[in-house]
Design a protein around this ligand. Structure first.
Ligand code: NA7
Length: 539
């Protein structure tokens, strides 16, 4: 490494100014540390900065999503809807950045190219795409689990003469769909949000669906003044409840088994959940819904019935009903009149399984069944999930080893926060971390508080290095993989399983989440801290 004395030096460097990076900055400042945050965007907000596509909004109840660390902030901010749209969330995160004067430590338009450990100097050297460099002994990645947008591997994408956009890097200018011929490729949580919005104005909307997903009604509404007052008063109880629930939401599974109740009771319960706002039907269902095949089949049959009721054309309805996976074994897209969109004359579903997309041409999309002339193509094709954002950076550890290579056969971490041989690197919301299957701010705060307390512990005792032992990594990885086996979702192709048909080497399932739930994760983190960070070697 060249003349390092010329390179700006900090106590810690954080990569990313989304929800986790912003909160980590606040906490490290409180320790009196000199911190630099590098952020690729021109503003704060991470996910909510990049995903500004039409229809983008929460699936978490807004009032369960905000930061909890500041009672003042909780009282000051009023959410206007139970499930806020992206512009409001971005406004909220900017409000936080202003309130805590965060921008003075954040360097925007600074995409990181490499993170190289200089072990003898006990520093991480950060190099930006611009060539600019910075160093710090502590490096915290706050790069997000769904932040590496992935284009499909369809030939001819560059040939298209119309407008085209990936949802995850949506432009800052308005895109006008009125009267246009529009294609949306992808029917995941993002595609579903885009489709129901674009269908309102497009002249003709073609939805290219390869795999139907099980969607459920969001039931969003405005928050009226009395509800606002009640929510503010209930905030401590709501936040406590979230921390005690499996995935950090206000919803938690029902203690009853699917077949422990009568058929009538079961049906009535599902009707109630289907009619209620939010993820209740997914995360607040019978305790065996996502683990027992028969229970899951029965629930899937109930939801299929709903789709048949809502889509007028019976042949089309069948095309929208998943046949290769059960309800909730992939991320459930939340919708507002999504199925009714297919009753509109300006919307056509193209089954990309029957007639696969062959290529993109200058004029539109060509499938094995025909050609579709288009003005706009929207790629709602998802992300290189969880490990993707780290894979896109050259991350080299103590002995020059590549993190991507070390994780080639699946991630190996301690608590989803540290990898062996990557001293002083902390991966907020990393793979095998509870935050990957969570109402994310609730888990982010758990991550950040743990890392902050650990750094404080190191500073108080004069430790300058921290990394997990081989045994701790092995034990955590086994615990994560063992725990995943009970869930049906491990048998299904999805981003949960690190599978992406558009990326070479990502066709083999590698479980990326943590299926033990937030309470168990918090308990384990607390236990590790109480035992002087057992499993983490400090010197
Ligand atoms: P997802 O859930 O990964 O969905 C991507 C969609 O794009 C999905 O329907 C894919 O079909 C489809 N896709 C991807 N590549 C292709 C090609 N080559 N041809 C046709 N269709 C394709 O991403 P989202 O952005 O919707 O959601 C990601 C998460 O962000 C979401 O779970 C929320 O937590 C927020 P496939 O299913 O692979 O057949």
């Amino acid at each position: 490494m060249a003349d390092t004395a010329q390179i700006p030096h900090y106590d810690a460097i954080i990569i990313g100014a989304g929800i986790s990076g912003m909160f980590q900055l606040i906490r490290l400042r409180e320790l009196g540390m000199k911190v630099r945050v590098f952020e690729a965007g021109t503003g704060v907000g991470g996910t909510w900065y990049w995903n500004r596509y039409p229809g983008a909004r929460f699936d978490s109840e807004s009032w369960s999503y905000g930061y909890s660390f500041s009672p003042e902030l909780l009282q000051e901010w009023d959410w206007s809807e139970h499930f806020a749209a992206q512009p409001e969330t971005l406004r909220y995160l900017n409000f936080v950045a202003d309130k805590f004067d965060l921008r003075r430590d954040i360097q925007f338009q600074s995409r990181v190219k490499s993170l190289i450990r200089d072990e003898p100097a006990n520093d991480w050297e950060v190099t930006l795409e611009s060539g600019e460099q910075a160093r710090a002994p502590i490096l915290i990645t706050a790069v997000g689990p769904l932040s590496a947008p992935q284009m499909p591997n369809i030939p001819g994408i560059k040939d298209f003469k119309g407008e085209s956009y990936h949802t995850g890097v949506w432009p800052h200018h308005a895109v006008d769909f009125a009267g246009k011929r529009v294609a949306v490729i992808g029917t995941g949580a993002t595609g579903v949000q885009v489709i129901q919005e674009v269908a309102k104005t497009a002249g003709q909307l073609y939805v290219f669906q390869r795999t139907p997903n099980w969607c459920a009604p969001l039931k969003n509404s405005a928050i009226d003044a009395p509800t606002q007052t009640r929510l503010k008063a209930d905030m401590p109880a709501i936040l406590k409840q979230c921390l005690e629930h499996f995935s950090g939401f206000i919803h938690d599974s029902d203690p009853r088994g699917t077949f422990e109740v009568s058929a009538d009771e079961r049906e009535a319960f599902w009707e109630k959940l289907y009619d209620e706002p939010g993820f209740g039907i997914w995360l607040g269902n019978f305790r065996d819904s996502l683990a027992d095949e028969k229970a899951n089949d029965a629930l899937s049959a109930f939801v299929a019935g709903k789709i048949r009721q809502r889509v007028k054309d019976p042949v089309l309805a069948e095309k929208l009903i998943p046949i290769d996976h059960g309800f909730g074994t992939r991320r459930v897209p939340m919708e507002t009149r999504y199925y009714e969109v297919y009753n509109q004359p300006n919307v056509q579903l193209i089954d990309a399984r029957d007639a696969p997309i062959e290529c993109i041409t200058a004029a539109g999309i060509k499938t094995s069944g025909g050609e579709f002339p288009l003005d706009i193509i929207v790629y709602a094709t998802g992300f290189d999930a969880v490990t993707g954002a780290l894979d896109r950076i050259e991350v080299r550890g103590d002995h020059g080893q590549l993190l991507k290579q070390q994780w080639a056969n699946g991630p190996k971490t301690f608590l989803g926060l540290q990898a062996e041989g990557f001293t002083n690197l902390f991966t907020l919301v990393g793979p095998h971390n509870a935050a990957t299957f969570c109402n994310i701010p609730r888990c982010i705060e758990v991550n950040v508080e743990f890392v902050t307390a650990l750094i404080k512990h190191m500073r108080e005792r004069g430790y300058t290095r921290c990394g997990p032992s081989e045994e701790a990594v092995e034990a955590w990885t086994q615990h994560v993989l063992e725990g995943s086996k009970k869930l049906l979702l491990t048998k299904v192709r999805s981003w949960f399983m690190g599978m992406n048909t558009n990326i070479e080497g990502k066709q083999v399932p590698k479980f990326l989440l943590y299926a033990g739930g937030l309470p168990q994760y918090r308990a384990r983190c607390a236990e590790v801290a109480q035992h002087d960070y057992e499993g983490m070697l400090m010197s």
